[in-house]
Ligand binder design. Sequence first.
Ligand code: ADP
Length: 444
Amino acid sequence: MPKVSLSTSIKHSFYTPNSLRRKNIWLVNLRWVSSLALSIFILGLFFLKLENYPYSALTSIVIVLVIFNSLLLFYLKKRKPKYLRTEENIVLAQIVIDYLILTVLTHFTGGIDSPFHLFYLFHIIIASVIFETKYLAFIIAAVAVGLMSMLVFMEYWQVLEHYSSGVKVYNLTDIALALAVFYVTIFVSTYIGATLMMRHKKVKNLIFAQNEELEKSEREKMLFFRFVSHELKSPIIAVQSAINVVLDVMDVKLKPQARDMLERGRKRTLQMIEILKDLVSLSYEEKDEKHEVEMVVPCEHIPEVVDYYRPSAVEKNINIIETVCKQHQGFQIDKFVFEKIITNLISNAVRYTPIGGKVTIKTDLDDKFWYLMVSDTGIGIPIEEQKHVFEEFYRASNAKIFEAVGTGLGLSIIRKIVEQENGEIFLKSKVGKGSTFTVRFPLK
Ligand code: ADP
């Protein structure tokens, strides 16, 4: 596998517009919680009768928070997320507006003495997590430090009033010390948060890049697989036609031994073609397989498929019983999918049923679903192996003895395509008694 270095050039955005929108809404929700907490805080101050606090200013802050949050939420709910850059700008705007409100709150609750100045840290963490580049987190840290310093010095120079709950000595040394601690806390937190997140984002980029490489090599492998299966099909079909021609033209002139050999050859080529068809189906990706959904009338399609398998059934003296044509109502389904399912189930039923057995094909309908049931009186599937028969390449132990040729792919393909059509497949089987495969599709 190609190596991908940590400094891979393939860059993947850590977020999509939708996921960033969820983060924006998450920030809005956090703000509701903060508004509630702040209201409780104001009520607490009121009941404690702490007179130094400007209640009307603090209440105005809550009102501003609530109005801003409501408008933002209205905008976020109304506009669908489209661009990553827009969502990033909304996060940035939220952080800056929060910082402005927080600075006002810090001012009215004591400036440098306010416990709220620790809240500047929250947005540093948010910025480190959200933004792709480290420098944005540092810019936000600088905004926090700038706003806080401006506030403190304006209070110190008495441009703004200094609110405090107690009598405090308010000199330059105290301010310098408090601010220094604040700066260190903010910048160190930014550094730690941003560095950790950068590492985390690099690992995620690496996983994305490796995943892309894996998908690419898987696609190439499948293309090769598909090419080989296609290429093998033509010579085998040519061999089959040649055998048919010899059998038809020479007919009675052939010695019984030669006829027997040719008949066996014909059977083997038929099996090979079926196997190659499975391999081709397997190598197709889901999107390649999409066909037009159309109205399918089981009554018209199932007999065609049954006729195709009748010769091999007759050869084994197997009686194929259809009860399909009693039901003329059609339903919407991809015709290709429909035929593939029936073909596979009938082919398996005939292959895994001994000489003289019976294969029954039934369809049914209720208010919600359309059902197809293919039953046989064949070898059955051991109970402990039943859950595995829908896995790729799995063949039950008794099937390998009874019928040497098989890929173990048919049922896995069937289950995949049935599920793609929102259907389900069920199996009921008893060793030595037979099996019933039921496919059920919702009526559209
Ligand atoms: P294949 O028939 O090529 O082996 P399938 O995927 O069609 O592959 O089937 C997987 C396995 O399921 C078979 O090998 C067999 O063991 C079991 N199986 C499928 N259909 C029947 C059946 N009608 N009766 C008994 N066993 C069956």
